[in-house]
Write a protein that binds this ligand. Structure first.
Ligand code: NAD
Ligand code: UDP
Length: 349
C-alpha cells in the first residue's frame, strides 16, 4: 500500500508549515503518502518542518515560495510528480482582515487562482481546500449542515473563503475531470501529543485556546471571556472544538476520497458537540491542575452565540469521525505551550 502510494507521486501542501499543515503532514506521512510543502513562512517558520521530520523520522521536500507567484509554483509542479494538492496557504486573522481587506483578498484569492492554473497546466485534478465554518454566517442555525445556503460572512476573511468555495464550484462544473473537496473546519485546537508542533500565533492571540494557554504559562495575566449574557446554558458562547490530530486525519480521508472520485463535495469537520467558553476553561483547569484567572468582558463584535457542526456526512461518505475529546484538546494544548513557552519562532514573539 505504502509503496504504491509513493510510486504514484506526492501530495503538495501549500501552507504546509502552518498549524494545520504540519499536523496534516505528519498524518499523511504516517499513512504512507509522500509530501511536498510549499510555504513562504509569512505565518510560520522552517523549524516547524524540522519538528515534523523529528516526529516522523522522514525528510520533507520543502519549497520556500509564495504560492501566488506563478513562476515559483510552476517550478514545483515541473520538478515533481504531484497527484493531489491540499491548499492551506492563506491569511486567517479575522480582525486583521477587517482592517486590511485588500491584503486578505489579494493573498487568499491569488494563491488559489495561481494554484488552479498550475494544476490545470500540469493535469493535476485532485484538490482539498481549507474552508471554514465561517461561511455559514449568522443566518443558519446550528447544527450547520453542508446543504445550507452560505456566503453571508461577517468579515473579509470569511468572504475570501466563501468566494474561493464559489470559484471551486465553478471550476468543478467546467472541468468534469477535477475532484475537489471543501473541508469546513469548525474550531481546531490542541497539538501533537509529542508537544513538538502546535499552534504558533504571533503577538496577542485572537483565538480562545492559545489565549488560555498563554495565561497558563504566565505570558498573559488573565483571560477576558467575551460575554456571559448569551442565551446559552452558562451564558458564554458555544463552539465545536476539534482536536488538530482528528482534523489532520480528516485530510488523509479527504485526499483518499478525491483520488477515487470526481466532482465537488463539501464536508463539515468538527466533533458535532458544542462546548461553551467556560466549559473549555474549566476543563483546561481540571485536566492540567491549573487555575486560569479570567474575567467577563463585553461581547466581541461579530461573535455568534452558538456554532456547531452536523458531522454525519463526513462519517457517512468519508468514513471519518473525531475520536478525541475536550480533555485531550486541553491536555495537548498545554503540553505544547509549556514545552514551547515562546512558540517556535522566537523572532515573532
Ligand atoms: P497558519 O497561518 O498556521 O498556516 C497557513 C500557512 O500558509 C502559514 O504557514 C503561512 O506561512 C502560509 N502562507 C500564507 N500565505 C502564503 C503564500 N502566499 N504563499 C505560501 N505560503 C503562504 O494557519 P492554519 O491555522 O494552519 O490554517 C490553514 C488554513 O486553514 C488556512 O487557509 C485557514 O484560513 C484555514 N482555517 C483555519 C482555521 C483555524 O482555526 N486554524 C479554521 C478554519 C479554516
Ligand atoms: N473568546 C473569549 N476570549 C478570548 C478569545 C475568544 O471569550 O480571548 C471566545 C469568543 O468570544 C468565542 C469563543 O471564545 O465565543 C471562540 O473564539 P475563537 O476566536 O477561538 O473562535 P471563533 O470565534 O472563530 O469561533
Amino acid at each position: 500500500m505504502t509503496d504504491m502510494k509513493k510510486q504514484n507521486g506526492a501530495v503538495l501542501l501549500t501552507g504546509g508549515a502552518g498549524y494545520i499543515g504540519t499536523h496534516t503532514t505528519v498524518a499523511l506521512l504516517e499513512a504512507g503518502f509522500d509530501v511536498i510543502v510549499a510555504d513562504n513562512f509569512s505565518n510560520s517558520c522552517p523549524e516547524a518542518i524540522n519538528r515534523v521530520e523529528q516526529i516522523t523520522g522522514k525528510k520533507i521536500k520543502l519549497y520556500e515560495v509564495d504560492v501566488a507567484d506563478q513562476k515559483q509554483l510552476v517550478q514545483i509542479f515541473a520538478e515533481n510528480k504531484i497527484t493531489g494538492v491540499i491548499h492551506f496557504a492563506g491569511f486567517k486573522a479575522v480582525g486583521e482582515s477587517v482592517k486590511l481587506p485588500i491584503k486578505y483578498y489579494r493573498n487568499n484569492l491569488d494563491t488559489t487562482l495561481t494554484l488552479l492554473e498550475c494544476m490545470a497546466r500540469f493535469g493535476v485534478k485532485n484538490l482539498v481546500f481549507s474552508s471554514s465554518a465561517t461561511v455559514y454566517g449568522d443566518e443558519n442555525p446550528s447544527p450547520c449542515v453542508e446543504t445550507m445556503r452560505t456566503g453571508k460572512c461577517a468579515n473579509p476573511y470569511g468572504m475570501t473563503k466563501a468566494f474561493i468555495e464559489q470559484i471551486l464550484v465553478d471550476v468543478a462544473a467546467a472541468h468534469k475531470e477535477m475532484s475537489i473537496v471543501l473541508l469546513r473546519y469548525f474550531n481546531p485546537v490542541g497539538a501533537h501529543p509529542s508537544g513538538l508542533i502546535g499552534e504558533n500565533p504571533g503577538g496577542i492571540p485572537n483565538n480562545l485556546m492559545p489565549y488560555v494557554s498563554q495565561v497558563a504559562v504566565g505570558k498573559r495575566d488573565k483571560l477576558t471571556i467575551f460575554g456571559n449574557d448569551y442565551n446559552t446554558p452558562d451564558g458564554t458562547c458555544q463552539r465545536d472544538f476539534i482536536h488538530i490530530m482528528d482534523l489532520a486525519q480528516a485530510h488523509v480521508k479527504a485526499i483518499e476520497f478525491v483520488e477515487k472520485n470526481c466532482g465537488l463535495d463539501v464536508f463539515n469537520i468538527g466533533t458535532g458537540e458544542p462546548y461553551s467558553v467556560l466549559d473549555l476553561v474549566q476543563t483546561f483547569e481540571k485536566v492540567n491542575g491549573l487555575k486560569i484567572p479570567y474575567e467577563f468582558g463585553a461581547r466581541r463584535e461579530g461573535d455568534l452565540p452558538v456554532v456547531w457542526a452536523d458531522v454525519s456526512k463526513a462519517a457517512r461518505v468519508l468514513g471519518w469521525k473525531a475520536e478525541l475529546n475536550l480533555e485531550d484538546m486541553c491536555r495537548d494544548s498545554w503540553n505544547w505551550q509549556k514545552k514551547n513557552p515562546h512558540g517556535i519562532n522566537s523572532s515573532r514573539n
